[in-house]
Design a binder for this molecule. Structure first.
Ligand code: HAM
Length: 427
């Protein structure tokens, strides 16, 4: 019979990976919480119109990457390709503007995009994101980036640099799009198919082309910086001054425009050469019109989303090493009639003392039980036979030293509990 496999572009995370994922999520919760962010969980399914209006028709996401289908009543639904539009929708729907301002929300959850799968690019992937709604000033941009860097340093990354740009407001962008269009129009036939299309829909996106021939054409193109309004320039300059003051490492990259249509002013990404072709670990920016474009009040916003799959791929070894599955103690009964129940009783006592413990309950012989313990990467085995029961002792075989000793039961349990609760960093 043919085997059913996971859907292309999706992944199973097995326990040894899941511990690392959970550790990264716990770290995000803790740090974001310290900055006053509360968690929001929005549905994975949304009305398709939300993304068409929010993310924008000229984006690749809406153009070709959404998982969209009609439900049984013919309503068009979409598996969310990103969460900023959903957060904006929830903000409007729950009138969050009436709460203390700005509203700071974070989320951790799966997103879906129909892209060609490769390393670092999946059809179901996970984002850790944060959004600040209700403050238009550059200090909000700076605080968000400072928080992001604190989070990444907590994961022990030390050499990541923020790529930063400003795409201006709608008016600056319109001016620039017109200038870029008239510059590129005479060379239209030297542009690839995508860029020719973007020349109509969103010329700005041509700036982030990877095609060397197109990059060459862009060298003398008008610069977005020259089309910025005074307010947009002042916002960007104020942000840079704050980033300098708080030692946030950044690099200005004038070709950074981001692929979603809602951005205004500040945009940023962090990439890592260790990731290969899909090198962006995270992206974000300001979106001062999104909430009003979705029918809400005129409320500015800024946020980011980290691609957790990519982040985990390159998380430093030092962090990884501290977040492995715990090595259990395995309790093995030896030659007892009621071995399973004795093993279970000892295991329960160890577990109540905080010791990760596994019990041999299936009556395997000692050799087989020891092989299982090895596969579990156990710290050691507690052996209990007739002699131990009679004397109130236990025998412990320590896998790290290879030594075996028979000691008083309560002393061994206290000893194992003591070493289990010690922070490995203290060693
Ligand atoms: P984005 O740049 O589309 O922005 O995605 C953010 C991050 O999600 C990327 O940098 C990448 O790490 C990860 N990512 C995207 N697509 C995939 C994929 N197919 N496989 C694996 N990882 C992927 C947004 O989604 C915006 N909502 C960010 C934002 C929040 N802007 C303002 N607030």
């Amino acid at each position: 019979m043919s085997q059913v496999r996971n859907v292309k572009g999706t992944r199973d995370l097995l326990p040894e990976e899941s511990v690392l994922w959970s550790a990264v999520e716990a770290c995000a919760r803790e740090i974001f919480g310290r900055y006053g962010f509360g968690e929001i969980r929005t549905p994975i399914l949304e009305d398709t119109a939300l993304f068409v209006r929010g993310v924008g028709e000229s984006s690749d996401i809406v153009g070709k990457e959404m998982y969209t289908f009609d439900d049984r009543k013919g309503r068009s639904l979409t598996l969310r390709p990103e969460s900023t539009a959903s957060v904006a929708r929830a903000y409007i729907q729950h009138r969050l503007q009436e709460r203390a301002n700005p509203v700071k929300l974070f989320y951790i959850g799966p997103q879906f995009r129909y892209e060609r799968p490769q390393r670092g690019r999946y059809r179901q992937f996970q984002q850790i994101g944060a959004e600040v709604l209700g403050d238009a000033g550059p200090a909000s941009d700076a605080e968000l980036l400072i928080m992001l860097l604190r989070f990444l340093r907590q994961l022990e990354f030390d050499s990541l640099v923020v790529r930063l740009n400003t795409v201006g407001d709608a008016e600056s962008r319109q001016r620039f799009s017109a200038a870029l269009r008239s510059y590129l129009e005479p060379m239209r036939d030297q542009l690839g198919e995508d860029s020719q299309r973007r020349l109509e829909t969103n010329p700005l996106r041509i700036l982030d082309t990877k095609n060397p021939q197109e990059r060459e054409l862009l060298v003398d193109a008008p610069k977005l910086a020259d089309s910025l309004s005074d307010e947009c320039r002042a916002h960007f300059d104020a942000l840079l001054a704050l980033l300098d003051r708080f030692d946030v490492p950044y690099q200005i990259d004038q070709s950074l425009v981001r692929g979603l249509d809602y951005y205004t002013r500040t945009v940023f990404e962090i990439a890592s050469a260790d990731l290969g072709a899909q090198d962006a670990i995270l992206g974000g920016g300001r979106y001062d019109r999104l909430v009003s474009d979705l029918g809400g009040p005129s409320v500015p916003g800024i946020g980011f989303a980290i691609g957790q799959d990519r982040l985990i791929d390159i998380v430093p070894e030092t962090f990884r090493a501290r977040h492995r599955l715990p090595s259990p103690v395995v309790v093995v009964p030896v030659g007892l009639d009621d071995g399973a129940s004795v093993a279970l009783e000892i295991a329960e006592e160890l577990r109540s003392r905080g010791v990760p413990t596994s019990a041999e309950l299936s009556g395997r012989a000692m050799g087989a039980a020891l092989r299982q313990a090895n596969k579990l990467d156990a710290r050691g085995v507690v052996l209990v036979g007739e002699d131990e029961l009679a004397a109130g002792t236990l025998t412990f075989k320590d896998f790290s030293t290879g030594e075996q000793a028979t000691v008083e039961r309560s002393a061994l349990i206290a000893d194992l509990a003591g070493s289990a609760s010690r922070d490995p960093d203290d060693d």
